[in-house]
Design a protein around this ligand. Structure first.
Ligand code: SF4
Length: 350
């Protein structure tokens, strides 16, 4: 199928043959709450003959998203609790998130910030808010790393990205700038010489953390986009989410992690899915996750091993999912310890 435009509504999905007309009404209800977008690259990648296609499952909305479970939260990882100024999240001493933009080229159905992103989301920081964010970073000498996330920061034009990088260039204590993005996979042509030059404009060390969850996302075009970044001196790491029906299988995960290493993207984070509203159909239990991840050990090279992590609800930060940090309790919940050693309760998957 020759797809040239992004799909952004239930009608678009019906027209593209990705959902049945009978499902349109339910999906309009989903769309009223959570943004929809598929890029042409992702639409082309969907295997319409496979009812369980892992690409479709990530991006095509589902009526199951209308089921909100009691443990789910609008702000599952607690960004708001650590936001001193608009667009900044300062959760750990040495680094901040800078959320310059709240739109994405695709909207992942399991997104942890689904209540904040999208055309109806928190929008793009205006010039005054950006200045306040830079002033905050400048005023906190302990900030060693700035992580641009969102939304997807690489939707910004090269000119806007260059402005951000040039502003950060003036802040001597910031040594590392990291971008979290899906763009090299979902819109690889956007990674052109102008964008690469813009990312390098600060003269700082730049990392790009690529979000991909299935090896089929790493198309020839996506691999070439990553190569353009890496060949320009930008380091790349991966982040994936462990998702029921997408990659909850050791063979599928192993293929993804090996492909990352083959294209010089070091596997970094494998996230346990967050408690985002309407995403219960993607979540597995921590025990299931540990069983899958344990089956990667020995099966694939140490280079290919990601760190399996859980973002503790409420803004307490990430913890590695291991026997010493995450323990089952008698009541069906888990006890999870944060990086300070404090204990928190985590609910079961279902
Ligand atoms: S690209 Fe990231 S921020 Fe955007 S919808 Fe997907 S997970 Fe959420």
């Amino acid at each position: 199928m020759n797809v040239v435009k992004p799909l952004k509504s239930a009608d678009d999905l019906v027209m593209a043959g990705l959902v049945a007309p009978a499902d349109r009404r339910a999906l309009e209800e989903v769309a009223a709450r959570y943004a929809i977008a598929l890029t042409p690259d992702m639409t082309r990648l969907i295997d319409r003959a496979d009812p369980d296609d892992p690409i479709a499952r990530q991006f095509v909305p589902d009526a199951a998203e209308l089921t909100i479970l009691p443990e789910e939260r609008a702000d599952p990882i607690g960004d708001h609790a650590h936001s001193p100024v608009e667009g900044i999240v300062h959760r750990y001493p040495d680094r901040v998130l800078l959320k310059a933009v709240h739109v994405c080229p695709v909207y992942c159905r399991f997104c942890f910030r689904r209540e904040m992103v999208g055309p109806q989301g928190l929008g793009t920081l205006d010039a005054a808010a950006m200045q306040a964010a830079f002033d905050y970073i400048r005023g906190h000498e302990e900030i060693w790393e700035v992580i641009l996330t969102g939304g997807d920061p690489l939707v910004l034009s090269p000119r806007r990205l260059r402005d951000i990088m040039e502003a950060l260039a003036d802040i001597a204590h910031v040594k590392i700038v990291r971008f979290h993005t899906r763009v090299p996979v979902v819109d690889p042509d956007k990674v052109d010489a102008a964008l690469v030059d813009a990312l390098k404009a600060s003269g700082k060390t730049v990392y790009v953390a690529l979000h991909a969850n299935h090896v089929r996302e790493l198309t020839a075009e996506a691999r070439a986009a990553c190569a353009r970044l890496i060949d320009a001196g930008i380091a790349m790491v991966s982040q994936s989410v462990l998702l029921k029906g997408v990659n909850d299988d050791p063979d599928v995960l192993a293929a993804l992690m090996k492909a990352f290493v083959e294209i010089r993207v070091k596997p970094y984070y494998l996230h346990h899915p967050d408690l985002a509203p309407g995403t219960g159909h993607f979540r597995l239990t921590i025990e299931e996750g540990q069983r899958i991840v344990s089956q990667l050990r020995g099966r694939i090279s140490g280079l290919c091993q990601p760190t399996y992590i859980l973002d503790i609800p409420g803004g307490y930060g990430k913890t590695v999912v291991s026997g010493s940090t995450v323990q089952a309790r008698g009541d069906g919940c888990y006890s999870v310890s944060d990086y300070r050693g404090d204990e928190h309760s985590y609910p079961p998957a279902e």
